[in-house]
Every structure is written in C-alpha cells, then in structure tokens.
Design a protein around this ligand. Structure first.
Ligand code: MG
Length: 354
C-alpha cells in the first residue's frame, strides 16, 4: 500500500507498510548498486553481510527514555545485538553515537549508561568507539542514540547449517529472511506485546491494573547456544515495530511461501491480552524487543523448542506455525476453528517504541 504524502509523518517510522515503502522507494533506491555486499541493502534483512562481517546500524528514539522493564540504552544495545544475531553471527564490537538534548539530567544520563553497561555484559560485547553531540532543548525527549555493530560467523553457525543440509538443500551461508521452505516450523521464543504496551503505559500514564514490563534483552547467547547445540535453524527475526504480523509477512514475501499460524499456540500474557482488548489493539501488531521468530527444519523443531525452554530467554517458547505452499501470505487458524488472514499492518499502533 502506498501512503502518498508530501511530508514525513509518524507512520513513516512505525514499521509496517508505510515505513517499508519509505525505506524501499527512497533509501534503498538511492544506494542500490553502490559497493558490494554478500547480503546488500536491498535484501532489507536484519543486517548486511560484507566479506565475512555482519554489519548493522540502528537508531533509537524511544519515548519516554525510561519505561517499565527498560530504558533507551538497554533497547539500543539489545536492538543491534539482536539484529546481528538474526543472521546467525555473534556480535563482537559496537559503536555508539549519542545526541543529547540540552537540559538532560546528568543523573538520568548516568542511569542510562549503567543500563547500557549491564546489557553489554549480558551480550558479552563492548562499545569500542562513538561520538557525542548536543542539541538545543526541543523535541528529542532527552536523548537519541545510534548503535552500530559488527558480528562474525561462528562454529555454532557452521554446525547449524550442516544440520540443515543433512535434512534439505540450502544455498545461503547465513540465516536469512528468504531461506524458508515448505514444512519448516516457526518457533516464537516467548510472549508478544509486552514491550509495546509497557512503553504505551509510560507514554500515556496508563495503569493496566498490573505493571506490564518490557521484554527488552539481548538474545545473542541464546541464539548461539541453539545454533551450536541443536541446529537446523534456517531463519531468525526479531518482531519489533509492526510486531509478529509484520515480521511473518516479511518472511512470507521474501521466501515466497505461505505461513500458517495457530492462534492457541501464540504466547500472550493475560494482562497484555486484557489491555489490548481494552484499548482495541491487536497484540500481533505490537512491537517486541526481546523475542525472536525462528524458522527450523521440521526434523529439529521439537528439539529446538525443548532446548529453548531450558534458557532464561526462551522459557515460554512455542511452535506457532509452519510454512506451506498451499497459499501466499500469512493466515491464522483461530481458536474457534476458522481461518483469518494476517496482513501486514500499516504501522505499529504505538509510536516511538524503540
Ligand atoms: Mg530486526
């Protein structure tokens, strides 16, 4: 869907079709064909591959900068680490670009740096270079930041691909959005909607009865263990802006397959479900910051699931669907027995969640 407008709107940053069109029709168009990368900009995957290095840059403008369960610093580290992890690589260095707003409290700045430091320890990756700018008091909401990072291939990724190739053909050397084929199972590593609703509650001063906390966390350790100890993973993606609905549709388009999901298998915490019903939001379209969808060859799906249950980041994992060639797009088998089409959202219903 083309969203015709003369100016940038908030929807252009909200995941979904409007942002996708902006990135594809302006940014990718401007740089396609310059330089050479194994996985280039126009693949629009979670990160690029140049030589044997995985490269990613991710800016963060979450509002407010503190919210239940996290803050802008924890998201920034986790976002870049998780995108690099999606290709099967292990992040090994980060760069941090800060834009601070005049008036930001030094105590808040220190709190954010401490939170970044903690996330770096969890991911076992450091910030090795960076830059700091200051702008006049205005609309930043305190600060924005960019974290770029590089990752490299690991023996765990090589082991993973060997396991895949014992079961079927795969040309790709990385876990990519375009790798899915018929029969693959889709695992979701945990519950959805927590992050978006935690940020929304902080933005609007809403109280949902219980405190809904963001799931934001680095997932690289879980990913590398899964690849090394189980294997059979063909694709991974973090369902951030636009949520599960957007991520599954992107897989379906790039792999040219259909994806059938089962409503009763998708983990959603009860407080998130109730808050979504209250606000008229679809949890499938709400962004997450500590979850992955994982495409696995069917022979390894159950073992991968049971492995994830043993990790702190994957305790609530479920097999939520499978890849089919019987239809195009994404559909859901509902609890009441019908089928519902899951289309790509226009944009995430909650603005500035990351
Ligand atoms: Mg991503």
């Amino acid at each position: 869907m083309v969203h015709k407008t003369e100016k940038i709107t908030m929807l252009h940053g909200a995941g979904g079709t409007v942002m996708h069109d902006l990135v594809k029709n302006y940014i990718v168009k401007a740089f396609t064909g310059i330089g050479n990368a194994e996985i280039p900009l126009e693949a629009m995957d979670d990160a690029a591959v140049v030589g044997d290095i995985v490269l990613k840059s991710d800016s963060h403008a979450v509002k407010p900068i503190f919210f239940p369960g996290g803050d802008i610093g924890r998201i920034a580290i986790s976002g870049t680490v998780n995108d690099i992890s999606c290709l099967g690589a292990q992040p090994f260095a980060l760069a941090c670009g800060l834009v601070l707003e005049e008036g930001l409290q030094i105590s808040d700045f220190e709190r954010i740096l401490e939170s970044m430091r903690e996330a770096c320890f969890e991911a076992d990756v450091g910030i090795v270079t960076g830059d700091t700018k200051v702008v006049e008091k205005g609309a930043l909401g305190g600060l924005v930041m960019n974290i770029a990072g590089i990752g490299r291939r690991t023996t765990a990724l090589d082991n993973n691909l060997q396991v895949v190739r014992k079961n079927r053909e795969l040309q790709a050397r990385w876990t990519l959005d375009s790798n899915l084929s018929r029969g693959d199972k889709i695992i979701l590593s945990g519950s959805i909607g927590d992050h978006g609703l935690a940020v929304l509650s902080a933005q609007q001063g809403l109280n949902f009865g219980s405190e809904i906390r963001s799931d934001v966390k680095p997932l690289n350790q879980m990913v590398q263990q899964l690849l090394g100890e189980v294997g059979g993973v063909v694709a991974m993606k973090d369902p951030t802006r636009g949520g599960l609905a957007d991520a599954l549709n992107e897989w379906s388009e790039k792999s040219k397959v259909g994806i059938l999901t089962y409503e009763d298998k998708i983990p959603i915490h009860q407080d998130v479900q109730i808050a979504c019903e209250m606000l008229g939001l679809d949890p499938l379209e709400i962004g997450n910051e500590g979850k992955l969808i994982i495409g696995v060859v069917p022979e390894k799906a159950q073992q991968a699931l049971e492995f994830l249950w043993q990790t702190p980041q994957g305790k609530e994992a479920q097999i939520i669907g499978e890849v089919t060639t019987q239809f195009k797009g994404v559909a859901m088998q509902t609890v009441v027995g019908g089928k519902r089409i899951i289309s790509r959202p226009i944009g995430d219903p909650v603005p500035r969640i990351c």
